[in-house]
Every structure is written in structure tokens, then in C-alpha cells.
Design a protein around this ligand. Structure first.
Ligand SMILES: Nc1ncnc2c1ncn2[C@@H]1O[C@H](COP(=O)(O)OP(=O)(O)OP(=O)(O)O)[C@@H](O)[C@H]1O
Ligand SMILES: [Mg+2]
Length: 502
């Protein structure tokens, strides 16, 4: 045979488009050309593949070798095509007689010695190979993450030589086992450690139940960051599908999750000096940013007004759509970014708004760093005040643990999923209308309040959604006045801005 075809995949956002490696060996002046790869990587791949074949004990054919990576217009990066090219050459030289290569997909960069080096983005590859029921041949270091894909047929190839013997059926490499999802969860922090702050804990529970965005507002040292860090411990567990989605994004960045942590929701807390690209993703080879790494989990922005306003404004679109499209001159990549935003801030640049150290103007300038549309997207905003006098010296009964709260959250979330198939925060259109019907008096009451506070229609829907979650936590079929009243209480920023203007 002088022509061989080997399957592999490129990486584009969260997708893994198919790439076919065609190798043709012809008589003539010896040469080795690769087409379909960007120019700089061609030379590198050629040198690596040649040395790896020779150092694995194969003779490099002294013929005219042409390798084509199709489709040509698909952007392809880096060393991941080395292994499929090497296998293609072996097959075209009749070194793999009778082997049906169409059952396999090959991935891996080759070291000059013939060892197979790790690549990025193994989960999308394993998922795609599984769909076509092909064996997925991967570098050893990628197996742990790939094993998260249930029933994918992954095989680790330590080196080109060992893979060659496996394909010939001589020394079989073992089929990787998929890792079952661990069901016990461990968290670093527990809600029990937070003294008092019952209203803030309640808000955290509501936010967890309905996946609502949340903003804590208050003077320094009252427990805002502490509370936010504990959100993870009361969220419902991820489904296996969600866990794989999240792990896939981490795998694209070359991040390895530990076995225990792969089913835990991610918690990302980027520093306020972060750039827009760090937050939403980017680069010439588009890579996901913090909002995608926080997919299905929590994005915590501490000291919110310290972030550059332009950086915060890029969050507006993905917060609404749950995904981000990164466009670069030559290519475009989509990354999911359905995160729950938790933010914390002081009400004034000095920390307290009544300490008299900042003028009303300075405070206003500080608060104005947050755009209205961003605040509009935060369903629950509340003040975390200093603890009342006496609470620290009193002997207090034990506070509720995260596990207790999580049990209620899970129940409330289940109701939402049964009713509309999504958490309340994501409701829109008809399902939103159906889930949040009010009796006439309550509808009028809410409309009057909105008029008084000059709130937007988006804010109106947010209040309805939060009230729906409160009703779900209480096991009520319909939203009632007390639920609405509690939801209306979570508008601390609106109140603060209104007070400042007076
Ligand atoms: N309610 C509380 N219960 C227990 N410890 C608390 C509480 N509030 C504050 N602390 C203590 O104060 C420390 C600081 O709390 P935290 O970082 O949450 O404050 P913060 O409100 O985020 O302040 P800042 O506005 O300065 O960021 C905590 O590490 C904890 O030791
Ligand atoms: Mg803090």
C-alpha cells in the first residue's frame, strides 16, 4: 500500500473537528512534505516524526512522502498530529498489514525518542471518538481526564513502539477504565463557621437554590468573602453531564482536575487586576477565560468596584447568554460560560459610608464604577452589616452546617427542574410567565413598587424569579405576598444609590 488514511481531531473552542491524515509514499527523490498545517509547525512536525520513527527502530523510507491534513482550511495547532502522521507513514510503508485503521483515532506529540507527549483538550476528543465508536489512542498523561468520559474506549500509548506492537496484536495495551463519579463531597469551608449574619446566610441559600447572581455589600471584615467562599458547599451536586462539560473546558487549558474534585463545581476567584482577556478568554489560539473555567460553578469577584469598568462590562453578554464567542482574524471559537456570579464590595472607597472620610462625590464616583446594566443582572443584592453588639461574647448555639442547608437547596432545585427543566434564574419567556403567575392584588402591588423604585423590566423579572425560588424553598405552589416582599428586600444597591442621590 502506498496511500494510508488515519483519523485524528483538531481543537476549536469546545469542539473537536475531525482531521483526516492522508499519507502518500511515491518513488522518486527522497523528500517529506506536509500540507494543511501552518508553516512554522510543518518543519517541527517533520523533524519530530522522522527522529521518533528512527529512534523507535523503524527505517525512515527513502522515498517521496506527502502528508495531507484535511480539511485544509481548518486551523490546526501544534504537535498533536505527530502520532497520527507517524502511524500513517508506517501504514503507507506496509508496516501495519491488514490493520483497519478506521477503528482508531490517534492523538499525541512525539518526543525525538519516540515517547508520546501530552496534548490539551482530551475530553472533547474522547467524547467525539466515543460517538463514532472508535478507539481513542492518547498519551498516558491524558488518560486520567479522558477516563471521565463514560464508556469511551481510550487506550494510553506510552511510546510509538509500544503502540505499534499493540496495533499488530502482539503486546496489547490495556483499555482505560472509566472513573465512576465519586459521590462523597468534601469542602474546605462550612457555613457553620460564620457567626450570625442570618439574613446573608438566607440570601446565600436562596441564591444556591435558584442559581441567582448575588452581591454582598458592607463594611470591611463582616464576613462577605467568608460567606461567598461557602456558596460552593451548599450548591446541589453536578450531574455527570455537567461535570464532563466543566472538565472538558479545563482540559482545553491543559489543567488536570484531581479525581476527587472533578465532580465538584468550580469556584474561580480572579483578582481585581485581571484583564478582560483573562476573564472572558482570548488569544490567537482562543483559550477559555475565568468565566468559562467557572462554567457550572461560581465566579467570585471580590472588591467588585476595583475591577476595571471595561473588564466588568464584557461580562454582560455572557451573563445573559451563558456562552462566549471569541473571534480572531482567522477563527472563531465558542466556549460555554454558564456561571453563577457572586460579588462582594464595600459601600464606599474608605470601607464605610458613614465614617465621614469620603465625600458624597467620592462615594458616588466609586459606586459609578459599576454600570447599571451589570447591577441589573444581579438578582440578589444585600447588605452584610457589622455583627450586633453582644453576639461575640455570648455563648451561641451551633450554627447550621452546610450539609443541612444543602439538603433544602437540593429539594428546591429538584422542584424547579421538574417544573421547567432549568433553575429559576435561567427562566425566560413562556416558562417564566407560567412559573411566576401572581394574583391580581400582588401583581398591582409589585408594579407600584417598581414604579416607585424606577426599576427596569429586567429587574421586575429578577424579583419574580427570586420570589419563585423563595416559594420553592418553602414548598409552596404559588408565589405569595411574603415571598415577593422578601425578594424585594434584596435590592440593597438600588436603595443605596437612591439614598446617595437624595
Ligand atoms: N460573621 C463572621 N463570623 C465569623 N468570622 C468572621 C465573621 N465576619 C468576619 N469574620 C472574621 O473576619 C475575617 C474577615 O472576614 P471577610 O474576609 O469575610 O470580611 P469581608 O467582609 O470580606 O471584608 P472586606 O470588605 O475587607 O473584604 C474572617 O477571616 C473571619 O476571621
Ligand atoms: Mg472581602
Amino acid at each position: 500500500m502506498t496511500l494510508s488514511i488515519v483519523h485524528t481531531r483538531a481543537s476549536n473552542g469546545i469542539e473537536a473537528p475531525q482531521v483526516t491524515v492522508e499519507v502518500h509514499i511515491a518513488n522518486g527523490l527522497p523528500g517529506f512534505s506536509i500540507v494543511g498545517l501552518p508553516e512554522t509547525s510543518v518543519k517541527e512536525a517533520r523533524d519530530r516524526v522522522k527522529s521518533a520513527l528512527q529512534n523507535s527502530g523503524f527505517e525512515f523510507p527513502a522515498k517521496r512522502i506527502t502528508v495531507n491534513l484535511a480539511p485544509a482550511d481548518l486551523p490546526k495547532e501544534g504537535g498533536r498530529f505527530d502520532l497520527p502522521i507517524a502511524i500513517g507513514i508506517l501504514s503507507a510503508c506496509d508496516m501495519l498489514p491488514g490493520i483497519d485503521l478506521s477503528k482508531y483515532e490517534f492523538y499525541g506529540e512525539l518526543a525525538l525518542s519516540g515517547k508520546v507527549r501530552n496534548i490539551h483538550g482530551e475530553i472533547p476528543l474522547a467524547l467525539a471518538a466515543k460517538q463514532l465508536d472508535r478507539y481513542c489512542i492518547l498519551p498516558e498523561g491524558n488518560m486520567k481526564m479522558a477516563s471521565l468520559v463514560r464508556e469511551a474506549k481510550c487506550i494510553a500509548a506510552p511510546s510509538l513502539k509500544e503502540l505499534y506492537h499493540h496495533l499488530l496484536g502482539q503486546d496489547l495495551l490495556e483499555l482505560g477504565k472509566s472513573a465512576p463519579m465519586p459521590n462523597e463531597m468534601q469542602f474546605h469551608y462550612d457555613l457553620r463557621d460564620v457567626i450570625g449574619q442570618q439574613v446573608a446566610k438566607r440570601a446565600l441559600e436562596i441564591a444556591a437554590a435558584g442559581q441567582h447572581n448575588l452581591l454582598f455589600l458592607g463594611p470591611p471584615g463582616t464576613g462577605k468573602s467568608m460567606l461567598a467562599q461557602r456558596l460552593l458547599s451548599i450548591l446541589p451536586p453536578m450531574t455527570e453531564e455537567e461535570a464532563v462539560e466543566t472538565a472538558a473546558i479545563h482540559s482545553i487549558c491543559g489543567k488536570r482536575l484531581s479525581y476527587r474534585s472533578w465532580c465538584q463545581r468550580p469556584f474561580r476567584a480572579p483578582h481585581h487586576t485581571s484583564s478582560a482577556v483573562a476573564l472572558v478568554g482570548g488569544g490567537s489560539q482562543p483559550k477559555p477565560g475565568e468565566i468559562s473555567l467557572a462554567h457550572n460553578g461560581v465566579l467570585f469577584l471580590d472588591e467588585l468596584p476595583e475591577f476595571d469598568r471595561k473588564v466588568l462590562d464584557v461580562l454582560r453578554e455572557p451573563m445573559e447568554t451563558g456562552e462566549i464567542t471569541i473571534s480572531r482574524a482567522a477563527r472563531q471559537a465558542d466556549f460555554p460560560s454558564r456561571f453563577q456570579l457572586v460579588a462582594a464590595m464595600n459601600p464606599s472607597p474608605t470601607g464605610h459610608h458613614e465614617d465621614g472620610r469620603a465625600t458624597a462625590d467620592q462615594v458616588m464616583r466609586y459606586l459609578n464604577r459599576l454600570s447599571g446594566p451589570l447591577l441589573d443582572r444581579i438578582d440578589i443584592q444585600l447588605e452584610v452589616p457589622r455583627l450586633p453588639k453582644g453576639i461575640l461574647s455570648r455563648r451561641l448555639p451551633d450554627f447550621e452546617t452546610s450539609a443541612d442547608v444543602r439538603a433544602r437547596v437540593i429539594q428546591a432545585r429538584e422542584k424547579q427542574l421538574n417544573r421547567s427543566g432549568c433553575p429559576n434564574a435561567l427562566l425566560s419567556g413562556d416558562p417564566l410567565k407560567q412559573a411566576t403567575q401572581l394574583i391580581q392584588q400582588d401583581a398591582e402591588f409589585l408594579e407600584n413598587v417598581l414604579e416607585r423604585l424606577k426599576l427596569s423590566t429586567r429587574a421586575y423579572h429578577k424579583i419574580l424569579k427570586v420570589a419563585r425560588t423563595i416559594a420553592d424553598l418553602q414548598g409552596e405552589e404559588n408565589i405569595q405576598r411574603p415571598h415577593l416582599a422578601e425578594a424585594l428586600g434584596f435590592r440593597a444597591m438600588d436603595r443605596l444609590l437612591k439614598n446617595m442621590q437624595q
